[in-house]
Design a protein around this ligand. Structure first.
Ligand code: SAH
Length: 457
């Protein structure tokens, strides 16, 4: 098809054929695909062309001719346009079916597995208001300090008051700060002029303890006039706030957090529980955002591991130590590595808080520490890996499998890199045995899985 046949603002009537893994509807006009927000498979739409590229284009729905029975209007459209809840127009039942199918499809495409028996998704107990963390951008909109979310693929702010997928008390903190900051005429940061102080409000709330941490991402340590009074009011109003910090970010990149934190109130951590163990969590450390689902994820991981009392276990990408600490009293030794120093400090402290003496943590990348441990003669029986979206490194896989651990339990937040790594593990003598998706992120396209790889030897 010659793409010059399509122009911006052309209108076609078409049926939506499929959904991309990021939740856009797929429409084909003369076999040329368009990706369309807020369009579901089976729907007939009048589509307006937004953009025409070499091999695909983008369109938007001008009018629905028919709508899917799986469409829901639980979340409003403005909110969907932020891309934060890109599955919010699909019923929950269909969301989880789609996620399961996506894992089956990617294992076929990338790892050559015909219809791998991926288990049905473990559904989330809560499908809205579940997140224990929020990072909310702040901007001046028509001269008024405003909190909300960015429009998809942009930095233009859509004001949001009910954030739907995060704990309502987090919304309340954000609105409280917004209103108090308006009263003192605080200026939000402007990306164009690089003026203004406040960039983001980050809130974390312990699911089991309700303790909250508030971080204000700002351009400098110097507090503008009256901000200290707002903080006083905030902690007086929300007595479960245990930590207020500044995070200094004067950069122009897209990173939300800068390196430096400054404590304004309380301690530099909050405490929460997971699977009845206690954890201190500091601001730079990763912590799963859907706590009850993460607990199910870990329980599935332990079931897959079939731990034995004499086992040496590696908890790779250990964060604040949650996976290793949850199971440490069932095994002989736990070794964890993690690249964020503050998270490793938390992990060491958390092992003490839970009265464990068989855990060992090191700061560094998994791909550097794993070969080092191999040289030092550490021989794991079971390895848990829980990497970020980019998945595992070849070096890591080679050294992790060198001493032939019995089982490898792979927790992944990205099925694409997971499927790639499955092939690498197969090349080292491992078999993919089980794959269990767990829904940690309702209303979004994100898929979390836990998988079992067993040694052939
Ligand atoms: N297992 C923990 C953390 C998982 S998130 C939990 O369940 O909470 C992934 C973690 O990997 C993050 O803490 C991140 O800081 C860390 N990380 C990212 N790249 C890494 C690398 N190359 N080596 C080691 N850790 C890394």
């Amino acid at each position: 098809m010659d793409m010059t046949n399509f122009k911006k603002n052309d209108i076609f009537e078409a049926e939506v054929l499929d959904l991309t893994h990021e939740g856009q509807g797929v429409v084909k006009v003369d076999s040329y695909p368009f990706f369309v927000d807020n369009a579901l498979p089976g729907e007939r739409i009048k589509m307006r062309v937004l953009k025409v590229g070499k091999s695909f284009g983008f369109g938007r729905v001008d009018e629905f001719i028919s709508q899917s029975e799986h469409r829901t209007t639980q979340l409003n459209l403005d909110y969907l346009r932020t891309g934060i809840a890109d599955f919010g127009h699909l019923t929950y039942n269909e969301q989880v079916k789609f996620k399961q199918k996506q894992v089956v499809d990617i294992l076929r495409k990338t790892a050559g597995k015909e219809d791998f028996p991926v288990s049905p998704v473990i559904e989330s107990i809560k499908t809205i208001k579940y997140r224990n963390k929020a990072q909310i951008p702040v901007q001046m909109v028509n001269g008024i300090l405003t909190t909300g979310f960015y429009r998809k693929n942009s930095h233009s702010l859509i004001p949001v008051e009910d954030f739907y997928i995060q704990h309502p008390e987090i919304d309340a903190v954000v609105l409280f700060l917004r209103d108090e900051f308006r009263k003192i005429n605080l200026q939000a940061y402007d990306e164009k002029t690089r003026k203004g102080w406040l960039r983001n409000i980050v809130v974390r709330r312990g699911f089991h303890t309700s303790e909250m941490m508030v971080s204000l991402v700002v351009t400098s340590k110097k507090l503008p006039e009256n901000v200290d009074l707002v903080i006083d009011k905030l902690v007086e109003h929300f007595t479960n706030i245990k930590s207020v910090q500044l995070n200094i970010n004067n950069g122009t990149g897209s990173f939300i957090l800068g390196k430096e934190f400054v404590l304004l109130y309380g301690k530099d951590f909050i405490t929460d529980l997971m699977l009845d163990k206690t954890y201190q969590i500091s601001a730079p450390a990763f912590y799963q955002v859907n706590t009850p689902q993460a607990e199910k994820l870990y329980e599935t991981a332990f079931e897959f591991a079939e731990l034995k009392p004499g086992d040496i276990v590696i908890d790779a990408y250990s964060g604040i130590g949650t996976i290793g600490i949850s199971m440490a009293d069932r095994v002989a030794e736990v070794y964890g590595m993690e690249v964020v120093p503050a998270a490793v400090e938390n992990a060491k402290r958390n092992a003490q808080l839970n009265e464990l003496e068989n855990t060992h943590y090191e700061v560094g990348t998994a791909e550097k520490i794993m070969p080092k441990w191999l040289d030092e003669g550490i021989k794991p029986d079971v390895i848990f890996v829980d990497p970020p979206r980019k998945g595992l490194d070849e070096t890591f896989i080679k050294s992790a499998t060198a001493t032939n651990p019995r089982r490898i339990v792979y927790i992944s937040c990205n099925p694409a890199t997971f499927a790639r790594d499955v092939v690498r593990f197969e090349n080292e003598g491992y078999i993919l045995d089980k794959v269990q998706p767990v829904d940690l992120f309702p209303q979004t396209h994100h898929v979390e899985i836990v998988a079992l790889l067993t040694s052939k030897k």
